[in-house]
Design a protein around this ligand. Structure first.
Ligand SMILES: NC(=O)c1ccc[n+]([C@@H]2O[C@H](COP(=O)([O-])OP(=O)(O)OC[C@H]3O[C@@H](n4cnc5c(N)ncnc54)[C@H](O)[C@@H]3O)[C@@H](O)[C@H]2O)c1
Length: 692
């Protein structure tokens, strides 16, 4: 039973009861329709109150039913709303906590609405690339006005109920207990006729055309790659210009069109991908977690400082350890500066800053860390240094403490073997800047305990990261793939491109930043350092030496005001560099390569399909558990365009046989050795299947 019925004298109370957010799944929808019918059939009942159990009214569609036949099974949400609206006894929606999406649409179908303060009111469908499909775009403008409604529908952002008090959305704000207040309200209006319906309200808005045109222009400019926000504007325009039922039909048509767009599929894929990533098949949901009440970080450099901020932001005290006092002071000063910058932007108060800084402390002595529940090592990327650190941690940390490494490339199993407790060791690979980037790659060693993995996944959520589990391999999921992407970017330079062309093509595809701008930002010396090690270990892996030549000139990127591009002091804008471009052309000549014009399409395909091909190996090897995990890594850590859903989702959209055909074509080019099709890609393409 997911909607219950109870008579309180002459008022029937139907309670939505489908935790956690009273999603409008099939059973709940049925329960509402049955409840309304029962109330209508009972002569003793004069009015009906619709209320939610637990913390809210309703969060809308039940996401567990998405993509299942039950989502469409009658009674549909449309039917429920019609039954409520057509009832010949008044129906009152009693709102607290939240009324979102279909939940708000249901409330708008009721004759009256009452609410307590603090409820989140939203139509968030646009975030999934669709629009409210059960009358939301037609009814909301009728009660809160065109501008307010359009803002809510286009942004999907929740608005607090008290901010909407005074509009026709709420007939009364209730202080105190909601159900009692709603029953009293229902009794007060029980005999009033005719029953008010939102659909009958006339929109009286003088400058509608001008405003709607302004909205169209704005939305087109800020959400060019997303069709849904534009359709939202058109649907609201229909509410203004068409009769209610015609507007409803227009909304429905838009909804059906949007559901089929690749952008909506990508957004829904990311939504579910985020949830799937935290589920590990062999780690049961009820695995007992270790308590994380305090943390320690080794190394107060670029990453250590950012990692410490994550703990402080989540209210967890954290102590940083350095070898020298100067390094420690510098690390803590950098953190303070970061917070001060956030405060200047108005996103943090002085009080919050003080609180967070009070949670961060420093030390030079390992003994001061011993009681921490988790310690994250972020020292130099050098196995010998890590060995020393982990041997010491093994000596000083209390039993049961989690010992984590932020290594980007080193073998977590080797690191675990430096200790006598490999079950407590795990990789926590943050991305720079660690206090900002959403991604946390969680590296599961061969011996990592299930409870340790579950605890770190829960911690990721607590510090507001997207935790994705990776097996142990060089570079884990993200960097192992990006190596192939960077490799292709280098070959493209040899064959005829300049950095600017490559970056522009990739940015037009939707990446936040092309490979060369990204490398200038991260520091070209980091890759140089890694290449020196990697290509000694794997001498037969080919790559363009242009990046090495660049580093030999000291062009490390933004930090040296010179990288693939030139930079001016205090300005992050990348200016094409004559010197670098000449060096690239010369290098092609030295290699005897005849430079040619490369199309933007070839640039994008080579970079993105290089990612996809490596990802197929990673998936096949079990380093990633599912294709959507790989997509989440790229969406949250590498600036892959969200509206394309990640590399695997994009490959599925292109069609795997098409991807494979392109890979084979590029395999006949300048560097065939870089294009060996992954067996899993060949298999899925042959079987007509997809990654996701
Ligand atoms: N920079 C990035 O973009 C990035 C991203 C992900 C992961 N990582 C990884 O994070 C780790 C740290 O990288 P970083 O960029 O912060 O380096 P960094 O050079 O900025 O900081 C390293 C800090 O560790 C300190 N340190 C060195 N040896 C120490 C020891 N034995 N005990 C205590 N402190 C010691 C140094 O004084 C320095 O302050 C590396 O493993 C790196 O591969 C870096």
């Amino acid at each position: 039973m997911t909607a219950t019925y109870q008579a309180h004298g002459d008022i029937a109370v139907i309670t939505l009861d489908n935790p956690p957010v009273n999603g409008l799944g099939h059973a709940t929808r049925t329960g509402i329709v049955d409840g309304v019918q029962r109330a209508l059939d009972d002569a003793a009942i004069k009015a009906i109150v619709l209320i939610g159990s637990g913390k809210g009214f309703s969060g809308g569609a039940d996401i567990r039913e998405f993509n299942t036949p039950k989502a469409l099974q009658e009674p549909s949400l449309h039917t429920v709303i019609r039954v409520v609206e057509d009832a010949d006894k008044p129906v009152v929606a009693a709102i607290q906590g939240l009324a979102m999406g279909g939940g708000l649409e249901l409330a708008l179908g009721c004759h009256y609405r009452v609410a307590t303060a603090g409820a989140q009111i939203a139509l968030p469908e646009v975030k999934l690339g669709i629009l409210p499909g059960a009358g939301g775009t037609q009814r909301l403008p009728r009660v809160v006005g065109v501008e307010q409604a359009l803002n809510m529908i286009v942004s999907g952002t929740p608005v607090l109920s008290e901010k909407l008090a005074g509009t026709k959305l709420f007939d009364q704000m209730i202080d105190g207990e909601l159900q009692a207040g709603a029953i009293a309200f229902a009794r007060g209006i029980a005999d009033q006729r005719p029953l008010p319906k939102v659909r009958d309200i006339r929109i009286d808005y003088k400058n509608a055309d001008g405003y709607l045109q302004f909205a169209r222009n704005t939305v087109r400019a800020v959400a060019a790659n997303y069709p849904a926000p534009q359709k939202c504007v058109e649907a609201v325009a229909a509410a203004v210009n068409k009769k209610f039922d015609d507007g409803l039909k227009f909304e429905r048509d838009c909804f059906l069109e949007l559901v089929q767009t690749p952008e909506s599929k990508a957004l829904r894929h990311a939504f579910f991908g985020e949830r799937a990533a935290s589920k590990i098949p062999d780690v049961p949901a009820d695995t007992p977690l270790r308590e994380i009440k305090s943390a320690a970080v080794i190394g107060a450099g670029t990453m250590g400082g950012g990692i410490a901020m994550n703990f402080a932001n989540a209210g967890i005290p954290v102590r940083m350890l350095e070898v020298k006092q100067e390094a420690l002071d510098k690390g803590i000063a950098t953190i303070r500066k970061n917070y001060e910058n956030t405060m200047k932007k108005g996103k943090l108060t002085q009080e919050q800053l003080d609180k967070r800084m009070s949670l961060i402390s420093g030390t030079l002595k390992y003994e001061d860390l011993g009681l921490a529940d988790i310690v994250i090592e972020a020292v130099f990327e050098d196995l010998a240094v890590k060995e020393k650190v982990f041997k010491t941690l093994d000596d000083v940390m209390k039993p049961g403490a989690i010992l984590a490494s932020n290594t980007s490339t080193l073998d977590v199993d080797k690191i675990a073997a430096f200790t006598s407790r490999p079950q407590d060791v795990i990789g926590t690979h943050f991305f720079s800047p660690a206090n900002v980037m959403k991604l946390l790659e969680i590296v599961r060693g061969k011996k990592t305990g299930k409870d340790v993995l579950a605890t770190v996944l829960a911690l990721a959520k607590k510090i507001k990261k997207t935790g994705v589990v990776s097996g142990v391999c060089d570079g884990f999921i993200g960097n192992r793939m990006v190596e192939q992407y960077i490799r292709q970017a280098g070959f493209l330079l040899e064959e005829g491109c300049l950095p600017e062309q490559v970056d522009k093509a990739v940015e037009k595809f939707g990446f936040a930043m092309g490979p060369f701008r990204m490398s200038d930002l991260a520091g070209n010396d980091i890759g140089w350092y890694i290449r020196k090690r990697r290509y000694v270990e794997k001498p037969d892996v080919t790559y363009s030496k242009i990046a090495d030549l660049l580093c030999e000139k000291g062009r490390f990127g933004q930090k040296t005001s010179a990288g693939w591009y030139d930079y001016k002091p205090g300005d992050r804008k990348a200016y094409p560099s004559q010197d670098v471009n000449q060096m690239i052309v010369r290098h092609s000549a030295d290699l005897g390569v005849q430079r040619r014009k490369v199309s933007d399409q070839e640039i994008v395909e080579r970079l993105v399909f290089a990612l996809v091909n490596e990802a197929a190996l990673i998936l096949d090897e079990g380093i990633a558990m599912r294709a959507s995990d790989i997509d989440m890594v790229y969406l949250t850590g590498y600036g892959f365009p969200l509206f394309r859903g990640g590399p695997m989702c994009y490959a599925d959209t292109v069609g795997l046989p098409n991807v494979l055909r392109s890979i084979r074509k590029y395999g006949k080019g300048h560097h065939p050795e870089a294009w060996k099709p992954a067996p899993l890609l060949e298999k899925l393409a042959a079987e007509g299947k997809t990654f996701n």
